[in-house]
Design a protein around this ligand. Structure first.
Ligand code: GDG
Length: 472
């Protein structure tokens, strides 16, 4: 296997902790990086007075990491700015929250240049380079400009928005065009890929032949490659003291009531307000269910420097307070709303103790919580997943109760149906979903992407190389 260089905004292998999402990407990439003696390059998360390009090398859990510090202005314009205040809302169809500012775009270009400049000396001619996510879209082109002809791949972890939204971003053409410097671009679903194809054919005049986009003499494979869970690692939590303690603690405190659980980063894309409103609707229209259930919402804060995230936090405090004020009794609190993170093993126990898993984003590239909820269930007595049709996960997990998160009534009905679903139906639905969670896991995902990226790898879809050179 050629050596792999993974590049992402943050290097997750280097940072653990309760709020981190170490499970998925870190494990998948770490395995591939170890196997190929590769390197994971990214921002350290630290700020420095003046950018020096100095790289800190470390080895963690057998993975070589290389990180750089960024200046305060970089963090403000590139990370808090263009990445989190422009691209994230735009890519989640939230034009109302998308902030357009030239400083942000400038900071984004500068940091992508800084990444290219700093990682360049680490790259050997045969290395495979795999860039991750919306923070680093132009990086491939920046490397090509520096003369690198390595195989370059890019994976988008978010949705790709419809072209009618994409064109509201100043400089959208240059940005999307820069993506066509990669050899492979991966998307979670056909829908995100189709939106991308619509954009490049309509606005750039690119030409699609099979899975390949042809543009300016290059061809780029557009791959649907849904990320999976590290199901082996996650399911190994079963029976550990931490998982058991969390499960027992929740069951004991539930005193016979059914638990409905939600676990989400505190983010407007996750549809938390709509979820709380649907739950309120359920308590209003089904008085018979009151006192027989409660909603446990775990929502560790994220991106607290961005105003829209402060706003959602305030909204949720007020919504949960309102529901509790209206419906609680002396020994029943209908919403347990927790703004802190739990260790992964504890999460396993919490999912397992819950009869309903509520995953109701308004828009989500994939959503790994849905897969975690399925993986944590007891196959002999599984809970029911209620899943938004707007999460990429709904393609593979179509045996969930699929809902429209914009409809409180739809969501409330699905929760009620989940609570009374007969054991046989629960088992059937769960078995179908578990199969996909286990078979299409995170190793399957990274192996699939790396196979597409590796030149010379057997690949029937791939047109002969002569085709590429015959392009204008
Ligand atoms: C992006 C895309 C795509 C949450 N609370 C705690 C905790 N978490 C973990 C979950 C899960 C992860 O965070 C969240 O992953 P998601 O996939 O749900 O969402 P994003 O963070 O938005 O990720 C998404 C993903 O990239 C991968 O491509 O699926 O669509 O938006 O693993 O368990 N982890 C711990 N404690 C918590 O309290 N330890």
């Amino acid at each position: 296997m050629n050596r792999l260089i993974a590049i992402s905004n943050r290097v997750q292998a280097a940072h653990g902790g309760e709020n981190s999402n170490r499970g998925g990407l870190a494990v998948a990439l770490s395995a591939a990086l170890r196997e190929s003696n590769g390197i994971w390059f990214g921002w350290s998360g630290e700020q420095t007075d003046e950018f020096t390009g100095q790289i800190s090398f470390r080895r963690e859990a057998g993975v070589a990491t290389a990180t750089i510090d960024l200046e305060a202005q970089d963090v403000e314009e590139y990370y808090n700015g263009f990445a989190n205040r422009t691209l994230w809302p735009l890519f989640h169809y939230r034009l109302d929250l998308t902030e357009i500012a030239r400083d942000f775009a400038g900071g984004y270009a500068r940091v992508n240049d800084r990444f290219a400049e700093t990682v360049a000396p680490l790259i050997e001619p045969d290395d495979l380079i795999w860039v991750h996510d919306y923070h680093l879209m132009p990086l491939g082109q920046r490397l090509r400009e520096r003369g690198f002809e390595n195989r370059l791949g890019f994976f988008l972890h978010t949705p790709w928005p419809p072209s009618s939204l994409m064109v509201s971003l100043p400089g959208h053409r240059e940005l999307v065009q820069s993506l066509l410097s990669y050899d492979v671009i991966g998307f979670h679903t056909d829908e995100w890929r189709a939106s991308f194809i619509d954009y490049i054919t309509t606005h750039l005049g690119a030409d699609m032949r099979g899975e390949y986009a042809h543009f300016a003499g290059r061809m780029t494979r557009l791959l649907v490659c849904p990320i999976g869970l590290d199901s082996t690692e996650f399911m190994a939590a079963q029976g550990t003291p931490a998982a058991r303690a969390a499960e027992e603690r929740l069951i004991t405190s539930a005193v016979g009531r059914q638990v409905i659980v939600g676990v989400d980063r505190l983010d407007y894309s996750k549809g938390l307000q709509e979820r709380f409103l649907a739950y309120e609707q359920l308590l209003t229209t089904r008085p018979d269910l009151r006192e027989k259930l409660f909603l446990l919402q775990i929502a560790p804060p994220s991106r607290g420097d961005v105003a829209s995230y402060q706003q959602i936090r305030a909204d949720l405090n007020s919504l949960s307070g309102g529901i509790n004020g209206e419906f609680a009794s002396i020994d029943w609190v209908p919403v347990r709303y927790v703004n802190k993170g739990y260790a992964r093993e504890e999460l396993f126990g919490i999912y397992r103790a819950s009869r309903v898993g509520l995953v109701t984003p308004l828009r989500d590239g994939m959503n790994l919580v849905a897969k975690e909820y399925v993986a944590a269930q007891d196959p002999e007595d599984p809970g029911v997943l209620v899943l938004s049709r707007f999460a990429g996960a709904s393609v593979q997990l179509d045996a969930a109760l699929i809902i429209n998160p914009h409809s409180s009534e739809d969501m409330a009905d699905a929760i009620a149906r989940a609570l009374s679903m007969p054991l046989e139906e629960r088992k059937e639905r769960h078995a179908a979903m578990l199969k996909s969670v286990v078979e299409e896991d995170v190793r399957w995902w990274s192996a699939r992407f790396i196979a597409a990226l590796t030149e010379g790898e057997p690949n029937e879809d791939r047109p002969p190389l002569a085709l590429a050179s015959s392009q204008p």
